[in-house]
Design a protein around this ligand. Sequence first.
Ligand SMILES: *Cc1c(COP(=O)(O)O)cnc(C)c1O
Length: 414
Amino acid sequence: MNDKEIDLLIQKEASRLKEQLVLIASENYPSFQVLDACGSIFSTKYAEGYPGKRYYEGCEIVDELEGLAISRAKEIFGSDHVNVQPHSGTTANMAVYLSALTHGDSILSMKLDQGGHLSHGSKVNFSGKYYDCYFYGVDRETEFIDYNEVEKLANEVKPKLIVCGASAYSRAIDFKKFSDIAKSVGALLLSDIAHIAGLVAGGVHSSPVPHSDFVTTTTHKTLRGPRGAMIMCKSQHSETIDKAVFPGIQGGPFMNMIAGRAVAFKEAQQPDFKEYSVNVVNNSKILASTLSKLGFRIVSGGTDNHQFTVDVSPQKATGREIAKVLRNIGIIVNMNGIPFDPLPPRITSGIRVGTPALTSRGMKGDEMEKIGDLIGQAILNKDNLGKLRLLKEEVVRITSPFSFPGYEKFEKSL
Ligand SMILES: *Cc1c(COP(=O)(O)O)cnc(C)c1O
């Protein structure tokens, strides 16, 4: 049977991804080989348990598959133990909490509205409901993580677990410093590198692995794999982590997604992935400095990684408003709070901008300068429909020479 409705939606989404400028910091274009593995026959297999210790028969081949994914991940990150089964970054964090904490234990993590993640103890997330959560943030002046505050709070709270890593933070994270603080108060350290895993793999951000008891990451952000996540840990935690993932919080793993993850890991081991991650950061720096030169305020003054937040409040605009203005000309970002934002999360004073996806399409500095200029013009002319129409045409001119991995195959298959 032909499902024309779904085929059409796939075609429309492929066109959208070709025609728009995706600057969402957490999105990327995986290779066609990754997507192909995700859509493979491995979708069907039930494989509760781990390689060699399954609760189902017929797992010989998926055992090999999961073994390969694990050994590739270990080679990339140099971790003692890896679990590649978590369905998402949130689930990976949940498994770490379940293995390391009991109900009511204390966590010290980064404030959600200053760059942290929902799964780091937000009241609306299970983590904030089940654990006793305390938060550090950034310095009001520099907008860099305030390590003195982290240390002070760690001493006061004596948390069982310290969480570092962020969703909207453009500066390098000092994992050694976090580790020293955690050790000094007898806390365990979880480094959540969901956003920067690809930069760590490519060697353009320092690795948390030597300094952390647990490292969680998504595989679909800068790592350019399929949706999903993994957990790395020191060998003494390997059994409790595996038990926390299954049977603790998940049932059968998605073997097709593990196949996609394995392919992405192999890609991340190639020399051109290093080049990719260097380009992601260069592009981010060029885009941020282009906007900065046009007079826009970048939170913390710039970026060391794949993303940054633009404060649009000096332009008398809100994040929500600008995200919509940009969407209407084909530039896709998300609204994002700035540190100490007076506006609520559904409005915000900023937009978050990231370069992993456009870098995967092969865009470089020249394009970043043009795009920075377009974003700036759009913000300054947010109420001038004529001008916005011209900017939209410019977006089409910039995107048209750049495809994305596998686009022709989607086109052909439809
Ligand atoms: C994206 C992200 C996650 C969670 O990812 P999901 O797969 O959406 O659950 C966890 N932690 C951080 C810091 C993130 O940025």
